[in-house]
Design a protein around this ligand. Structure first.
Ligand code: 5CA
Length: 442
């Protein structure tokens, strides 16, 4: 992509409304635009990151046995009356009337709708286990939307729903999602810690939140330092091996970890002082097992091997991709701007032409642009007539993992400069060597 043609509305000044660094940097880097209280448009640079985040989420959901669907944002109140949640959900739910004066709502979550899909088709235990997920906009009329996309009213959620014959099956389904989450966040360069959690309006009695440690997090969290070194399973983990998956979950639930609502002072005090890690955290994922809470009132049952009808045992599993983008920035930035982990960077390389109009610089850049792309890299080519200082500031602000800087003096010597955004390390090398180096990266 040529920057001269790219819609990247960079802000020079710090926006006053932004209280935390991710919100400030997302506005400054032209990733998002606020449209109303807790409502944001995603501009091209932001949309690219969101797509990369969603792609990793999808790959890991699919690997763990999930099947992607897409359900509507607007739901009929009838389903929620059936489950008994319509009145309980409270003022966070946006209630709407259509032209026939039917009660509708903008979905804050989809347990009822997916249970309705299930009961319409699945009648036998032989069709289980089943896990259906979608990535769809949600609306929650939060009392205090704040921190940009971190706590907004309209936000994206990946919500998966599992259906099993009995508790044992449902627990195995829960475990698969647990392990899929460990992999999902690790692939994004994040250290996420699973913590026992309250279940709130979703319900049930088994639940974990996945928390990223960051000083701007909304909740206070307490955990054992051992979490920082626990291994995350590789891509070859066998999701059909219930015992192996349960083993991973045991390893990751054994050390102490709790958010402030579930904190147990006695257990905490029993830890050696040096093992205690108390910090602030951001909830990026939340998984729930709630058994027959929805299947029973909504009549979602299958015939078991015993010939009898059984209400299915269910769980739901959420990740907030829009919040995740902000959380990644909270975890990875410096004074100059964002430092994207390679897997979710909007482009791999910024190609900076320091002297547009200089025949030699233009030629080297055009050639590099083609060759880097031919090597499979996403390149943002700064071919604008901005001053060099401004170009460097933009490249640092938007945080692409590498910068290839092409200036007249270097070109005369047959060299360009390669800068690693995360470490700041710079090195001069030939254009060919730069292509070879960047193209060889995994
Ligand atoms: N149905 C269940 C799981 S699918 C559910 O709704 N869970 S949740 O309420 O915990 O939300 C799931 C995830 O959505 C959260 O972990 C968080 O990452 C994201 N999320 C929730 N509320 C917001 C919000 N107001 N703004 C941005 N992301 C949010």
């Amino acid at each position: 992509m040529r920057l001269s043609h790219y819609f990247l509305p960079i802000l020079k000044e710090n926006p006053r409304e932004a209280e935390i660094v991710s919100h400030r940097l997302m506005l400054r880097a032209g990733m998002i635009r606020q449209q109303g209280a807790g409502s944001f448009s995603w501009l091209p640079l932001g949309k690219r990151v969101l797509d990369k985040v969603n792609r990793i989420i999808r790959e890991e959901q699919d690997r763990a046995g999930g099947q992607e669907i897409i359900m509507p944002t607007i739901q009929s109140a009838d389903l929620w009356i059936e489950s008994g949640r319509y009145n309980d959900y409270g003022r966070e739910m946006l209630r709407i009337r259509d032209r026939q004066d039917r009660a509708m709502l903008y979905g804050p979550t989809n347990e009822e709708m997916v249970t309705d899909i299930f009961r319409g088709y699945v009648k036998s235990y032989k069709d289980l286990p089943l896990n259906l997920y979608h990535i769809q906009w949600k609306f929650r009329d939060e009392v205090r939307p704040r921190f940009g996309v971190m706590r907004s009213r309209e936000f994206l959620m990946k919500d998966a729903y599992s259906f099993d014959l009995d508790y044992e099956g449902a627990k195995a389904a829960y475990n698969r999602m647990f392990v899929a989450y460990l992999r999902t966040f690790a692939r994004m360069g994040l250290q996420a810690i699973p913590m026992r959690a309250e279940t709130g309006p979703i319900g049930g009695n088994l639940s974990h939140e996945f928390i990223i440690l960051a000083s701007t997090g909304e909740s206070e969290v307490f955990c054992h330092r051992r979490f920082l070194d626990l291994p995350v399973p590789g891509a070859d983990i066998d999701f059909s091996d219930d015992a192996a998956i349960a083993g991973v979950v045991d390893t990751w639930t054994e050390p102490y970890a709790a958010t402030d609502d579930m904190h147990d002072e006695a257990a905490w005090n029993a830890l050696a002082e040096a093992d205690r890690l108390s910090a602030r955290g951001i909830e990026v994922g939340h998984i729930f097992h709630f058994g027959t809470k929805y299947s029973e009132p909504m009549g979602a049952a299958v015939q078991g091997p015993d010939g009898k009808e059984h209400f299915v045992s269910m769980g739901s599993y959420g990740i907030g991709p829009t919040r995740l983008v902000a959380a990644i920035i909270e975890a990875s930035h410096d004074e100059a701007g964002i430092v994207w982990p390679a897997a979710i960077a909007p482009f791999d390389v910024a190609l900076v032409n320091m002297k547009v109009g200089d025949a030699a610089c233009d030629r080297v850049c055009a050639d590099l642009y083609d060759r880097l792309r031919a090597a499979g890299l996403d390149v943002l080519y700064d071919d604008t007539d901005q001053r060099a200082g401004g170009k460097f500031a933009t490249a640092d602000l938007i945080g692409l993992p590498f910068q290839v800087i092409v200036g007249p003096r270097g070109v005369a010597a047959g060299e360009v400069e390669l800068k690693d955004r995360a470490t700041g390390a710079r090195e001069s090398l030939s254009p060919e060597a730069a292509v070879a180096r960047l193209g060889a990266r995994p």
